[in-house]
Write a protein that binds this ligand. Structure first.
Ligand SMILES: [Zn+2]
Length: 629
């Protein structure tokens, strides 16, 4: 109907045929639609374009496209349109071009600016015409509404099935589907036994790492089902990894439950690499579909829940700071390796060992490697950091710090203004370059090409500045909230007293530290016997400290000095048993608060070089106090 609207200047530019299908399934099943899309090429020729200037973009084949970010075909199209190289864009249904309204409107917008036409099988639209523009907009809205109902229907259907436990998904290894569709344990005894072994090993070790080590030591592999197209569903044996064991322990299917909806997908947060919606695990109470005793179980539900709790307690190894936990290592969750930059984890010793916990680099954990980057006792580090913290948060320092903070914030506002101006300038220059390019006679090719090159440069500069701007905005998010400031101010008055009060738990001390400290970096390798500590305050300031690395055994519980000196006095004259009895009579107790025994006195004498030679031994006496006596 509107072919007359098209002028010859349009035919000098390229005609783009935009072919797209939503999903790989549609590509396979909906051949007819694909063919209709390719017929658009003929339509372009009918409209007056020479075949050599008709280009088909079908890069999007097989990509689902709710947004354009990950559809290079759409992006290429948009880029070419912006550059004014395109005379017309043809597609099957105009609104199908972009499934997302904002993309669609943006395209109408840029087509309007660059004077590009839009066409489908039925009509040709000029986005500069108010009527055509309205029509295109309505088509976009309709398409989105249609997509929405379609998606909701599909989604609902899935959930309906899931609620009845009938939705089929690939079964976890260890189960197979019977002819009736029921879940039955894998007929392969080796598979079943290996899973039993994993659960049993976790019962014994309580940590995933222990299970992996156990499997490796025993030379046991883990069964997995192939999910790739080739050999789909077949069984392979793989070396055990932390990830595989964690997946098994987290999977409620092994406790006999049919569960659907363990993962929640958020459409706002997408992976920058793949464009897929990011997923996070729902807690057990939030699982939308949970059918207990749906099939034979490997472990009881109670044990499954116990395992989840255990895994949660072992966890906190993901990127975030994690929740401050009760425990003696104060920097848990905010301490990083100064050598490789990874987060360090806390190795808590058993209480009976009477040793302080250690900070250990996670490198070994991640690579499930046996060698570790570095590890160090937490005690001297925690002490130094706490001291620095108390000094920094003293009321006077705090006033200065808040002033610094305000200054930094003012600087940020000023810097932001500068960046905005810079960006505005760059955008203006780009528009100017576009106008220069638009005004040149297209037949004057050399000039046009040069102007186009300059315009491109300007556009690139704009994109670059936009990126820096966004990055700077993100970087500026470190500042303290008003509540945090108020809390710090209240605390600062009597902080040292609160800190050392017996009623204050370590968990609370950790919370206090985290209010002021962003992270702490440790390097125990650069200088022998020293640990370099870098405290990164939330104000952006970095404090460097050095502490001595404790010698082995130093700082562990000691026998009271009085007892040691008595032993030294008595050692030359008396037997170990006599000394022990004398100490106990005097009411002295060992480092562990127990009564002294012969063995214990003997241990201290040998340690301090007071050991008596046993008479029965008959060996020569060496130099030493007892030799003299
Ligand atoms: Zn490291």
């Amino acid at each position: 109907m509107t072919t007359t609207k098209i002028q010859s200047t349009h035919c000098n530019r390229i005609a783009f045929v935009y072919v797209r299908q939503s999903t790989p399934l549609q590509v396979i099943e909906n051949r007819e639609s694909t063919e209709r899309q390719y017929h658009l090429r003929e339509r372009a020729v009918e409209l007056g374009w020479p075949p050599s200037r008709v280009e088909v973009i079908d890069e999007d084949q097989g990509r689902s496209g709710s947004t354009a970010t990950h559809r290079s075909g759409f992006q290429r199209l948009a880029a070419e349109v912006v550059l004014g190289k395109v005379g017309i864009v043809l597609m099957l249904e105009a609104s199908r071009l972009a499934r997302n309204n904002s993309d669609w409107y943006r395209l109408i917008e840029i087509c309007g600016v660059s004077g590009t036409w839009i066409a489908d099988e039925g009509a040709v639209y000029n986005p500069r015409e108010p009527n055509d523009r309205l029509l295109l907009g309505v088509k976009g809205t309709l398409s989105e509404a249609e997509l929405f109902t379609l998606r909701t229907r599909l989604y609902e259907g899935r959930w309906n099935k899931a609620r009845k436990g009938l939705l089929h998904f690939s079964l976890p290894v260890g189960y197979v589907r019977s002819a009736e569709g029921d879940w039955t344990p894998d007929p392969d005894a080796q598979v079943r036994e290996r899973l039993d072994y994993v659960f049993d090993s976790f019962r014994r070790h309580g940590v995933v790492r222990g299970v992996v080590r156990d499997l490796k030591e025993q030379g046991l592999e883990l069964p997995t089902r192939v999910t790739a197209e080739e050999g789909y569903g077949s069984l392979v044996w793989k070396a055990p990894t932390l990830g595989a064991v964690i997946r098994i322990l987290h999977n409620p299917a092994y406790a006999g439950a049919y569960v659907y909806g363990r993962w929640e997908y958020s459409s706002e947060r997408r992976s920058p690499k793949t464009g897929k919606a990011s997923a996070h695990v729902r807690s057990v109470a939030q699982w939308p579909v949970k059918i207990p005793e749906h099939h034979a179980a490997y472990i009881s539900w109670e044990e499954f829940m116990k395992n989840q709790e255990q895994l949660r307690q072992n966890g906190g190894r993901d990127g975030n700071r994690g929740v401050p936990r009760e425990g003696r290592a104060l920097l848990q969750g905010i301490v990083y390796c100064g050598i490789c930059g990874r987060k360090m984890s806390v190795q808590d010793r058993a209480a009976r060992e009477h040793r302080s916990p250690s900070y250990i680099c996670e490198r070994a954990y991640e690579t499930s490697d046996e060698t570790i980057c570095q590890s160090m006792s937490s005690r001297p580090i925690d002490g130094a950091v706490a001291e620095a913290f108390l000094a920094a948060i003293s009321p006077m320092n705090l006033r200065v710090a808040t002033q610094v903070l305000d200054q930094v914030q003012q600087d940020l506002v000023a810097q932001r203004r500068q960046r905005e101006l810079q960006l505005e300038q760059a955008r203006y220059e780009a528009r100017l370059a576009q106008r220069q390019y638009d005004s040149v006679d297209p037949s004057n090719r050399l000039v046009a090409a040069e102007l186009e090159r300059r315009w491109n440069e300007k556009l690139e500069r704009v994109a670059q500045l936009e990126q820096t701007f966004a990055q700077a905005e993100r970087d500026a998010e470190w500042s303290l909230t008003a509540e945090e400031r108020a809390a710090i101010s209240d605390l600062s008055q009597d902080l040292p007293a609160i800190w050392s009060a017996e009623t204050t738990t370590n968990q609370e001390r950790k919370q206090l530290l985290r209010m002021a400290i962003e992270s702490v970096q440790l390097d125990g390798m650069r200088q022998a016997g020293q640990i370099e500590i870098q405290i990164h305050w939330r104000t952006g300031i970095v404090t460097a400290l050095n502490v001595k690395r404790p010698a082995p055994g130093e700082g562990s519980l000691k026998t009271p000095a009085e007892a040691v000196s008595r032993i030294q006095e008595m050692a030359p004259q008396r037997t170990y048993a006599q000394i022990a009895a004398a100490l106990n009579r005097a009411g002295l107790r060992s480092a562990f608060g127990r009564r002294f025994t012969t063995q214990h006195v003997g241990y201290i004498c040998r340690r301090d070089g007071l050991a008596k030679a046993k008479p029965s031994c008959g060996s020569k006496l060496k130099d030493g106090p007892d030799a003299a006596g």
